[in-house]
Write a protein that binds this ligand. Structure first.
Ligand code: HEM
Length: 330
């Protein structure tokens, strides 16, 4: 929201977040997947009137359309007001509006799709990171030891530190593999007849990339359900060449926001690892609460809610976090 609209999200009860949350629930939920609703397979069904039994998809689509429209318009209006007040010239939408080279509907759609594509996906990957850290404390400790050794404990990590933190890098690759955010990618249709591995694929066929299966390929990932960053190291302890994050998709339509996501997610995990401990939460008797959240179906798969405890690693860590919050007026 800050990059696109120059808007700093409130930590609770944020109006814009609530609005985009309602739209995204419809856009990336289970019904959004090809084949999940009969009309996707039999397009003629779209002529069924919305009042007929079995035409729930019509009402779903109408609600999704309305929410998507609001999700695009409301933050764009916020930018326009800020520009009139002389408060915003640096957000993506402000720059595009000021350049006056595209019509406003296109600008709203570009910002809306970047926001829609980048929000739940990033949140899902960070939730899987927290889950992995709570479930595998020894791996968390190893990453923290690397950070403490390379950076020390008296400053927060910077992007320039990234090449010096190979274990954090492997940890990032591993949770993006372990729980792929988009298990079945985004479907496409073939634009012409094709033959692949002896299979005839007629023009117009829906093609689904099974990212889930790729991340579970035992010939590459031994015991694929185990969270194990060490699988990304060579025998002599160097990061291996397997740096492709499959969950960003492939080819011409690969996620264009992947560099933004990669930077955001890396910066978040390295900052959290350097300053906080993530652990299983405890019940009133002090016993650890087991966690094994169910992941949602749909275009974007997210873990259900789970309890965990997030505590500062030290007094110095508290000071660093407070100083960063003060600098950014949070
Ligand atoms: C963990 C984070 C993310 C994941 C896992 C992810 C994944 C994906 C995938 C699988 C696709 C479809 C690729 C294909 O068709 O093969 C996609 C498309 C897209 N992503 Fe991302 N994405 C993420 C973050 C972002 C961010 C932060 C942005 C924007 C800043 C973004 C913008 C887009 C857009 C606009 C498309 C549509 C591209 C097109 O249709 O040509 N994504 N993403």
């Amino acid at each position: 929201m800050a990059t696109l609209y120059g808007y700093e999200v409130q930590s609770t009860n944020d109006h814009f977040v609530a609005l985009s949350g309602s739209a995204l629930k419809k856009l990336v939920g289970a019904r959004s997947f090809p084949g999940a609703v009969a009309v996707n397979t039999f397009p003629i069904l779209r002529y069924i009137p919305s009042w007929m039994p079995g035409a729930g998809f019509q009402r779903y689509a109408a609600e999704a359309r309305q929410l998507t429209k609001e999700m695009q318009e409301v933050p764009a209006n916020f930018v326009k007001q800020n520009m009139r007040d002389g408060k915003d010239s640096t957000s993506v939408v402000a720059k595009l509006l000021a350049a006056n080279r595209h019509d406003e509907a296109a600008i709203q759609a570009v910002a809306g799709s970047a926001h829609a594509a980048g929000t739940d996906t990033t949140v899902s990957s960070l939730a899987s990171f927290c889950l992995a850290m709570a479930l595998y404390p020894e791996i968390q400790k190893k990453a923290q030891t690397e950070i403490d050794t390379v950076i020390g404990t008296d400053r927060l990590p910077e992007f320039e530190d990234r090449p010096s933190l190979p274990f954090v890098e492997a940890l990032y690759r591993e949770f993006m593999r372990w729980k792929p955010v988009t298990p079945l990618g985004v479907s496409h249709a073939s634009t012409e007849d094709d033959i692949y591995n002896g299979y005839f694929i007629p023009k117009g066929t829906t093609v689904i990339s099974n990212i889930w299966a790729m991340t579970r390929d035992e010939s590459i990932y031994h015991e694929p359900d185990r969270f194990n960053p060490d699988r990304f190291f060579t025998a002599d302890g160097k990061l291996n060449e397997n740096a492709t994050i499959l969950t960003f998709g492939f080819g011409r339509r690969i996620c264009p926001g992947r560099h933004h996501a990669d930077a955001t997610i890396w910066a978040t995990i390295v900052s959290v690892l350097s300053t906080f401990n993530i652990a299983k939460a405890k019940d009133a008797t002090g016993k650890e609460i087991d966690i094994d959240p169910k992941y949602s179906d749909g275009l974007v798969s997210q873990p259900g809610r789970f309890a965990c405890s997030i505590t500062p690693r030290s007094e110095m860590a508290k000071t660093l976090v407070q100083a960063a919050a003060d600098t950014h007026d949070l």
